[in-house]
Write a protein that binds this ligand. Structure first.
Ligand SMILES: C[S@@+](CC[C@H](N)C(=O)[O-])C[C@H]1O[C@@H](n2cnc3c(N)ncnc32)[C@H](O)[C@@H]1O
Length: 227
């Protein structure tokens, strides 16, 4: 599939306005305060972009992408029909959508650091970011949108390749997923590591698994194995 035909091939039912802030990103992605300092950060499947609002600081630039931004611009009323919903892990629903819509669609104030896009086709140049985050988005949605294992494998490989493409050498990505996918994703990643210049690990956190991808510095590959 070429980049163009992949654009917005997501299932609209996978689009829902959720709005976690920086504290919940840290908790679910295992991040420390210093991990977010002086970095160019890409938030993939960012929802209503509360993380960007709270974590953006001088020295730290955050870009949010989500297919929802296109949907929200064109079809906002459907989303406004959703009920308010609050618990300890998320804030979403009508109030958040209205706030975001006013900011993004009407005032256009925050548009320049957001893009309507999917993780399988990131609209950025190679080596643009130090840190890529996907909190309850990429891997999480892959489970729902691609229940077939073979399809999911292709989708996951595409996602990993895209993330590695936009990461700078030495950069890191953190992506969380459902715990029961751990073995399947280990197999997929083992099959990729010789092809692409990266290392990975999967950490356990509550009921989640956090996949950490590290893009190697070019010189590591040029050492001819000498220690
Ligand atoms: C559960 S919300 C999480 C939002 C935010 N990251 C948070 O933690 O609050 C998942 C987001 O993934 C987005 N999404 C769905 N399919 C996607 C895809 N293929 N690529 C990127 N994001 C996607 C949805 O639109 C939704 O906003």
């Amino acid at each position: 599939m070429n980049q163009e035909s992949k654009k917005f091939s997501y299932d609209k039912s996978a689009v829902c306005p959720i709005d976690r802030g920086v504290a919940l990103y840290k908790r679910f992605l295992g991040l420390r305060k210093e991990d977010l300092e002086n970095k160019d950060i890409l938030d993939i499947g960012a929802g209503l972009a509360r993380f960007q609002q709270e974590a953006g600081k001088p020295g730290t630039k955050i870009i949010s992408i989500d297919p929802m931004y296109r949907y929200l611009t064109e079809d906002a009323e459907k989303m406004l029909g959703k009920e308010e919903e609050k618990d300890d892990t998320k804030v979403s629903g009508r109030t958040s959508v209205l706030r975001f819509r006013d900011d993004f669609v009407k005032k256009g104030r925050t548009r320049k650091n957001k893009a309507a896009a999917i993780n399988e086709a990131l609209p950025f140049l190679d080596e643009s970011f130090d840190l890529c985050l996907a909190n309850f988005s990429s891997f999480y949605w892959a489970d729902y949108q691609y229940p077939d294992n073979a399809e999911r494998k292709v989708m996951v490989q595409e996602m990993v390749k895209e993330i590695l493409r936009v990461l700078r050498p030495g950069g890191e990505a953190r992506v969380n997923m459902d715990w029961w996918l751990e073995d399947e994703y280990k197999d997929i990643l083992k099959g990729m590591e010789t092809e692409l210049l990266f290392s990975w690990e999967i950490k356990r956190r509550e009921n989640l698994r956090i996949l950490i991808l590290r893009k190697k510095e070019a010189f590591e590959e040029l050492s001819f194995g000498e220690k």
